[in-house]
Design a protein around this ligand. Structure first.
Ligand SMILES: Nc1ncnc2c1ncn2[C@@H]1O[C@H](COP(=O)(O)OP(=O)(O)OP(=O)(O)O)[C@@H](O)[C@H]1O
Ligand SMILES: [Mg+2]
Length: 320
């Protein structure tokens, strides 16, 4: 066993470098917040010192919200994206924490959806789309050569602005993924459907009408059905692009409560125009403006003490 004591802000850098080789067991003892994190492999223990972050350290380019340090599930590293000549994302450096909700907010057209779609490579098929930099998911650059995009999308579920159930029954919507990938059938499939519907807080409302058309459901129920469909693929990360914008306040409230429970098992990124929603549902918030990540922090800190004047003006409704 090799033990190192390091500044906590160096930990993710070290973990990312070492976990690529897949041979280390990394146990991080975070003396600052008393947590312990594990990563599979064998043999390296890091002890995180409780010293304050050193701003001059070159490894601290993407500082963590201090005190909530965890293993980053996703990092974007100097990520740029162009649609033909339109430079839509500019040097975006963002670190998404595991099993937490991160909100992305910003005015219309600033690149929120584009960033979200970049995470499961949904922009790839758009004519004239070009990227540079990296998006690292569990130590793997998803834009690297030879990645299996289908596997990536199984691990990263997506929920869109408007509920988009398939023209099938409630059951078949949720069973769709496991069925086409041939990962379950019979009783096992029924179990996956039930668990996914329970996970999406919809089971009690639909358990007696699983074979009715999904279109019989209300908008809010349809959106939870889409979340259940995403859960059936057993994702690790769930991307939500304004999942409540087409819903009434009651349905919105149910989805917001659901987002709060999803983070117990999943990492969630939610794009929202609604500042109050970001405040209610998220642990961390990223504020974007014309393709740049202006600020990223613990949600409460970002709303109460924004570092950037631009963020403060956005939060105070001076533009939007
Ligand atoms: N498929 C596409 N082809 C070309 N340009 C696109 C495409 N999708 C988005 N863009 C451009 O990328 C920029 C960012 O758009 P994006 O949809 O990411 O913004 P957004 O922040 O999600 O906005 P909104 O809040 O209105 O949803 C815009 O200039 C948009 O015109
Ligand atoms: Mg959008």
């Amino acid at each position: 066993m090799l033990a190192l004591q390091v500044c906590s802000l160096m930990v993710n850098y070290i973990i990312n470098s070492l976990s690529k080789q897949n041979i280390y067991k990394i146990i991080v003892y975070d003396a600052y917040c008393g947590n312990q994190y594990n990563q599979t492999g064998s043999q390296l223990h890091l002890y995180v010192s409780s010293r304050p972050p050193c701003r001059k350290n070159r490894l601290t380019l993407n500082p963590h919200p201090w005190g909530k340090m965890n293993l980053g599930k996703i990092q974007t590293k100097k990520f740029n994206l162009w649609f033909k000549n339109n430079h839509v994302l500019k040097d975006v450096d963002l670190e998404i924490q595991e099993k937490a909700v991160t909100a992305i907010m910003g005015p219309s057209g600033c690149g929120k959806s584009t960033l979200l779609r970049s995470i499961n490579r949904m922009n790839d098929l758009i004519n004239g789309c070009k990227t540079s930099g990296e998006i690292v998911f569990d130590g793997l650059n998803i834009y690297g050569d030879g990645n299996n995009v289908y596997d990536l999308r199984r691990r990263i579920g997506m929920v869109f602005q408007k509920p988009n159930p398939f023209p099938k029954s409630i059951f078949e919507n949720v069973a769709f993924g496991p069925r086409i990938h041939n990962t379950a059938k019979g009783e096992k499939l029924k179990e996956i459907v039930e668990n996914s519907l329970r996970g999406a807080a919809l089971w009690d409302e639909v358990k007696d009408r699983l074979h009715e058309s999904a279109f019989c459901l209300s908008g809010g129920q349809q959106q939870r059905l889409c979340i259940a469909r995403a859960l059936a693929a057993e994702p690790e990360l769930i991307l939500m692009d304004e999942p409540c914008s087409a819903l009434d306040p009651a349905a919105t409230s149910k989805i917001e409560t659901l987002i709060g429970t999803l983070k117990e098992k999943y990492t969630v990124i939610v794009v929202t125009h609604n500042l109050q929603q970001a405040l209610r549902v998220s642990d961390f918030t990223a504020f974007m403006y014309v393709g740049e990540l202006v600020e990223f922090n613990d949600t409460k800190v970002l709303f109460e003490r924004p570092r950037s004047e631009l963020t403060a003006n956005y939060i105070n409704g001076k533009f939007g």
